[in-house]
Design a binder for this molecule. Structure first.
Ligand code: G1P
Length: 285
């Protein structure tokens, strides 16, 4: 399940008239990377939770006959194949969240499509470059420990209030059994510096927990509060994934994503590297 219903306030004005999930990183929209990660982790059925003004997300994963015809006429087989591959990456269903009432509510709108299966929840703003893909790392952790898993990363003290912060009993270098999960604690009140990033593996018991969630941080229904219930009642784990995360919901981080992902692209890397080397960086300010 991919959540693509949020506003993208931090990326205004770029997101004034287009979804944040459609901002490009190199030459693909942000949400493409999320679908790609799920598919390369072995997932075939994807639900995307959208909202008003997100139609272009659906169009992106659909066929685009006009463009396909143009490319065929020009014998641009490479681009044509690339386009066709996008519309056949996965089986995608869409659900719309009618009102921004929080992550737990957004997840709940797609409940009927998931019901009694464990599922991966992705917040696509976070692009994670890693091998194996971050989602696969969570699946492996779930298989080994048998409880819900959240992907975590250590963040600087000053940033704890932008994340769900978790703490618990350290089981191994990468795995922590969770005891506390707090949504966006004030600096100085966080139980650790381990922040939840946008990947979760949730068991079906998340549904009755969501039913019990009451408005929390920001007056919204927080998924972190449902996870805290699971941690207490049946066990939850945090997995410190291997890979690099880019929060494309912030301007500088979006820029970093384009540069660093560009540097991994064989078709772009040589020229990009040359450009960066020769770049006049100016003075400090
Ligand atoms: C959400 C979650 C938060 C998590 C974050 C990761 O917050 O509520 O727990 O740490 O995503 O990106 P948001 O960024 O939607 O405010």
């Amino acid at each position: 399940m991919i959540l693509a219903a949020g506003y993208g306030t931090r990326m205004l004005p770029a997101t004034k008239s287009q979804p944040k999930e459609m901002l490009p990183v190199v030459d693909k929209p942000v949400i493409h990377y999320a679908v790609e990660e799920l598919v390369s982790s072995g997932i075939e059925h994807i639900t995307i939770v959208t909202a008003i003004n997100k139609r272009s997300v659906e169009d992106y994963f659909d066929r685009s006959r006009d463009v396909e015809e143009q490319l065929a006429k020009r014998n641009d087989t490479h681009r044509l194949e690339e386009l066709l591959a996008i519309s056949s990456m996965a089986k995608i269903a869409y659900v719309r969240q009618a009102e921004a009432r929080g992550l737990a509510d957004a997840v709940n709108t797609a409940r009927h499509l998931v019901e009694d299966e464990p599922f991966v929840l992705v917040l696509p703003d976070d692009i994670i470059v890693g091998e194996p893909p971050a989602t696969k790392q969570l699946i492996d952790c779930y298989t080994e420990y048998g409880g819900g898993v959240v992907a975590v990363e250590e963040v600087p003290e000053a940033e704890v209030s932008s994340y769900g912060i978790v703490a618990g009993q350290v089981l191994s270098d990468r795995v922590t059994k969770l005891e506390r999960m707090v949504e966006k604690p004030a600096v100085g009140e966080a139980p650790s510096r381990l922040a939840i990033v946008g990947r979760y593996l949730l068991p079906p018991s998340i549904w009755p927990a969501i039913d019990r969630v009451v408005p929390g941080y920001g007056g919204e229904l927080q998924i972190t509060d449902a996870l805290q219930m699971l941690a207490r009642e049946e066990g939850m784990y945090a997995y410190r994934f291997e890979g690099v995360r880019y929060d494309t919901g912030r301007p500088l981080s979006l820029l970093r994503a384009s540069i660093e992902i560009g540097l991994r692209r064989p078709d772009i890397a040589p020229d990009l590297r040359k450009y960066l080397r020769e770049l006049d960086l100016g003075s400090e300010n």
